[in-house]
Design a protein around this ligand. Structure first.
Ligand code: 0R9
Length: 661
């Protein structure tokens, strides 16, 4: 979690998912294929045009760019292992055991191929005409961009018992041409790239996040079965966090096993299919668990296509086609019965769909939606055939699945009724908003805020202390329903949930329309204790499952009430975190009077306004979940049935669990 600063909105982001993999197609690069273009200077001037940003996210892109090149070599069948290590100075080394980059000279540039691909923008095949690697979106920009944005970068190639070396400095210029610098074990072969990110470009941070690197490398290993990915982190304090090896011969089958590790599967075997058609590779794995939410993760060329696309459509089509056919053929559904919907068939499924395509087309707001239409049928055929076979060969497991989807359809009909009642009620209640809501007077949503407050007494102080022009208060009585454990219609029957839906005014689920949201900021204000953390998690679970766009669009915040009041003479200061408390003690010296705030309810209206609600003093944490897998795991662990993983999670993430989401 980021350090908390006053007067600041903090972003809580998940790991970076969805990086680019270049797929090498059957073609040998020739030195002369490399097209010469200008411009490392352009990259340094406008890095944002080449990498996502110069924040931590962009910093990690540097690693993925080089790792992708190593994975390409492994996918082409020449390398078995790609290793990544980070040292104490945040210098990154990526190494593979492939053929070694070509050490010849490029005819057009007159320089070595390696110098060319590391100094010429877009050199490397894709723009060269003949050979092509596939890339899309912002990534896959090439090794030259990494070089341009590094303080220095070194390349070593091991080939035929010889070691070649070149170093780049000063905005990517080769210090001297590629040289054979000595001999090496004749058995050794491969490429190594070492680099130090340029702190004048990455001004926010040049420190890599251990978890982001580890998790993405694990994910890449799941997505590329049989390729060994290793990770070494010199900076890790604990010995057990220094070295990791990820190698999954089972590919997505093991990925689904991993994703379901904290869930209760309702059938033992993972449904798995793979195949290819017209050069498009398809791999799909899925398994049902006893939860109600589907978790479907899709990838194209190792990029997490968070907006889905034609591969996801193909999967959905096959799932409902085959399940309905099986249900009809086995008299589970009568011919006159209505078909099960795709949503019925997806309830509680964990699925991963991965395609590899030489010419992917991305659409959607964030260019993470796969658009290639031919993919739909290919995925549907390959997955459909295997699913049907699975159901026929495993009648016991098929029965578990059929029971689940039929129940889902019955619950859907019940939810529809409950939802219609809620919708009718909300329409009625628009003029008479929930009774306990103390609304603000302004109708300009862009300045309005709603505080969701724990308990009536804190609600009372907040109501008195607020600026009623733009701050609304909605007190919650008791704990809201845990939507992770309940079916939808129960949620729609819950009074607290209904008040929120009505107050927000933007609809729910697939009908959410954030342009109708009545408040720009939805602020969760709970006590800084375990109960407060629990209520916060329940609320966030509800938002995540029912109103996800309001999180995605940055409307949800967590208020930070102070933990301590520190007084010395006439000086009174508040500490919002333990580290801040330590700093205050050091700053103010001895003879302090320290009072621990027990809860929001204990503060009077003025105190609450000054410490927690006044934009001049308050600290808000913006909830920003951009890693669906992490968020799903988080909510399943925190809200699910299993106690042990929850305990462990809280121990591992004390900060995360108690302070923010
Ligand atoms: C450390 C991470 N690994 C790499 O960056 C890496 C690139 C690379 C490579 C070849 C082999 N190993 C590599 N590791 C390679 C590819 C081809 C022919 N010979 C060697 C080919 O694709 O035909 N290269 C990737 C691009 C290029 N080499 C080049 F040809 F453009 F230089």
């Amino acid at each position: 979690m980021s350090e908390i600063k006053k007067d600041d909105v903090l972003e809580e982001s998940g790991a970076v998912l969805g990086e680019q993999l270049d797929t090498t197609v059957d073609h040998e690069y020739k030195d002369e294929d490399i097209q010469v273009l200008d411009g490392l200077e352009a990259v340094r001037k406008r890095p944002g045009m080449y990498i996502a940003s110069t924040s931590s996210k962009g910093l990690h892109h540097l690693v993925w760019e080089i790792v992708d090149n190593g994975i390409d070599e492994a996918m082409a069948g020449y390398a078995t292992t790609v290793s990544v290590s980070v040292d104490n100075d945040n210098i990154v080394t990526v190494e593979d055991d492939g053929r070694g980059m070509p050490v010849g000279v490029n005819a057009k540039t007159g320089k070595s191929t390696i110098e060319t691909i590391f100094t010429v923008l877009h050199a490397g095949g894709k723009f060269g005409g003949g050979a092509y690697k596939v890339s899309g979106g912002l990534h896959g920009v090439g090794a030259s961009v990494v070089n341009a944005l590094s303080e220095w970068l070194e390349v070593s190639v091991y080939h035929n018992g010889e070691e070649y070396f070149v170093r780049f400095e000063n905005g990517g210029h080769a210090v001297s041409p590629l040289k054979m610098i000595g001999s090496c074990d004749p058995e050794k072969h491969g490429s190594k790239v070492r680099f130090k990110a340029d702190p004048t470009i990455f001004t926010e941070t040049t420190v890599y996040d251990h978890e982001i690197l580890r998790d993405r490398l694990r994910q890449l290993a799941f997505l590329n079965k049989g390729i060994r990915l290793t990770f070494h982190d010199d900076r890790a304090e604990k010995e057990e966090n220094k070295d990791y090896t990820f190698l999954f011969e089972g590919g997505l089958k093991q990925y689904v096993e991993y994703l379901n590790r904290h869930r209760t599967a309702i059938h033992p075997d993972i449904i798995y299919s793979e195949g290819h058609e017209n050069g498009i590779q398809v791999e799909v794995a899925c398994q049902y668990n006893d939860s109600y939410n589907p978790k479907v993760y899709t990838f194209c060329n190792n990029i997490n296509t968070v907006e889905g696309g034609t591969h996801e459509e193909g999967f959905r089509l096959a799932l409902s086609r085959i399940i309905n056919r099986y249900a009809k053929n086995n008299n589970i559904l009568k011919n006159k019965d209505e078909n099960l919907t795709a949503d019925d068939c997806k309830e509680g499924i964990t699925a991963v769909i991965s395609v590899k395509h030489s010419d992917p087309q991305y659409e959607g707001q964030t260019k993470t939606k796969l658009g290639n239409t031919e993919v739909r049928k290919i995925v549907s055929d390959i997955f459909g055939t295997q699913l049907e076979r699975f159901l026929m060969e495993n009648p016991d497991q098929a029965k578990q699945i059929m029971d689940k989807v039929v129940l889902a359809s019955q619950a859907r009909l019940a939810a529809k009724k409950a939802r219609e009642t809620t919708r009718r009620k909300s329409n009625l209640e628009i003029s008479s908003l929930p009774g306990k809501l103390s609304d603000c007077s302004s109708k300009d949503a862009s300045i309005c805020e709603i505080y969701i407050v724990e308990g009536d007494s804190a609600g009372g102080s907040a109501k008195q202390g607020r600026d009623s022009h733009y701050q609304a208060i909605l007190p919650l009585r008791g704990k809201i329903l845990n939507v992770e454990k309940a079916r939808q219609h129960k949620a729609f029957e819950n009074a607290e949930i209904r008040s929120m839906i009505t107050a927000f005014g933007c609809g729910v689920m697939d009908e959410v329309d954030t342009s109708k949201l009545r408040y720009n900021k939805i602020v969760i204000m709970t006590d800084a204790d375990v109960d407060g953390a629990h209520i916060r998690i329940l609320l966030l679970t509800f938002f995540y499952r029912f109103l996800r766009p309001i999180i995605e669009q940055g409307h949800v915040y967590i208020a930070q009430p102070p933990l301590y009041k520190v007084q010395k003479g006439n000086t009174i200061r508040d500490a919002y975190t333990e580290p801040q408390m330590v700093r205050l003690r050091a700053e103010l010296g001895d003879r302090l009077s320290i009072q621990r705030y027990k809860g929001l309810g204990e503060m009077d209206a003025e105190q609450l306004w000054e410490t927690t609600m006044d934009p001049k003093n308050r600290t808000l944490i913006r909830v920003n979940i951009d890693d669906a897998e992490k968020a799903d795991q988080y909510f399943s662990i925190m809200m699910g049935e299993e106690v042990e993983p929850r305990k462990q999670f809280i121990i591992d993430n004390a900060d995360f669990a108690n302070l923010d989401i």
